[in-house]
Design a protein around this ligand. Structure first.
Ligand code: BTN
Length: 335
């Protein structure tokens, strides 16, 4: 069995106490030298590990923020999401990786995480900037058995989950710009991109990937590309605190598991609508709906049970706007 830092770190973190060298050797079937090497690597990564004769090793302190397979798996408390983890220091796009893994038969709940994406994808064909060492970029692979017309609601389920997780780790109020941007103080900190692949017969979902990109530890607005600087921010800029990205990922996946169970009971958002709506920005405000079939202006009235945005047009007509088809902008600024 291959033992690496990830296994040892998980064991140390979950034990919370001293673990003897012999226990580690027995557990992973490796030599003392292999354990010693792994400990040294962990120390090089910034972990403070105490070693006491006759007692063993104890994890005393972890780096504030480090993204690695060990850090992620050792913090994971979910039941199924992320149990299968693919981590890349650098990749093109975690959504593309997850789709490839979907083709290769990887299971429901597989998560792809990368520190750097060189070709991150945004919605409507746009790119997505992923800055090294600061962003949380991940994609969750799902194999749902419900009809394809329900799938667009999952992006809203993930948006709600990310907002709840952000609130838990950083104690700020996270807003949602319909359908799935997470906003703090009027600026975007997170975007999502859902992609679905049907079976060759086109009658069932083969797999679906939900990718999320979060600006977490960017220290200043200057780190963002000039064209998004006025509407992008990070958790660190807004809270002044460095956030552990692996801990944040664990919270998001945990919230998603919980919300997904609720969603599956009715296959709509009826039981999640309140939580989503509480965070939804711009309700009662003027929005411009950029529908390819014709743009219009109206008043946002919030979401319905299908996750569609209800807009009251100026002529008194009420329309339900589907996510994915159109872009909705606030008339006065990004939200
Ligand atoms: C948007 O707001 O336009 C959506 C951005 C989605 C970005 C994430 S980062 C992880 C995943 N991989 C990608 O290539 N895109 C998504």
């Amino acid at each position: 069995m291959k033992t690496d830092r990830a296994d040892i770190l998980s064991l140390l973190r979950n034990s919370g106490d001293y673990v003897s060298g012999q226990q580690l050797c027995d557990r992973f079937g490796v030599t003392r030298t292999a354990v010693w090497k792994a400990m040294n690597q962990l120390k090089e990564d910034g972990y403070l590990i105490e070693s006491v004769p006759h007692k063993g090793y104890r994890l005393v302190e972890s780096p504030e923020d480090i993204l690695s397979p060990g850090e992620i798996t050792s913090r994971l408390t979910t039941e199924w999401a992320g149990k299968k983890l693919c981590y890349y220091d650098v990749t093109g796009s975690t959504n593309n990786d997850a789709k490839r893994l979907g083709e290769e038969g990887m299971p429901h709940g597989t998560v792809v995480v990368a520190d750097i994406q060189t070709a991150g994808k945004g919605r409507r064909g746009r790119g997505w900037q992923t800055l090294p060492g600061t962003a949380l970029s991940f994609t969750l692979l799902l194999r749902p058995s419900f009809p394809a017309d329900k799938a667009s609601m999952l992006t809203l389920v993930m948006a709600l989950s990310a907002a709840q997780a952000i609130e838990r780790v950083s104690a700020v109020a996270a807003g949602i710009k319909w359908p799935n941007d997470i906003v703090l103080n009027g600026k975007k900190i997170c975007g999502m991109l859902t992609e679905m692949t049907m079976t060759p017969e086109m009658d069932e979902i083969q797999y679906l990937v939900i990718g999320a990109g979060l600006n977490v530890n960017n220290a200043s607005p200057e780190e963002f590309a000039e064209d998004i600087r006025d509407k992008a921010t990070s958790l660190k800029i807004e809270t002044g605190r460095q956030i552990n990205r692996a801990a944040l990922l664990n919270e998001i996946l945990g919230c998603f598991e919980h919300n997904y169970d609720i969603f599956l009971k009715t296959l709509d958002l009826s039981a999640l609508q309140g939580e989503y709506q509480r965070r939804l920005l711009g309700v009662g405000g003027q929005v411009r709906v950029l529908d390819p079939a014709g743009e219009y202006t109206g008043t946002s009235e919030g979401i319905d049970e299908q996750g569609r945005l209800t807009v009251l047009k100026e002529n008194g007509e009420q329309v339900q706007v589907y996510a994915g088809e159109v872009s909705v902008r606030g008339l006065y600024g990004y939200v």
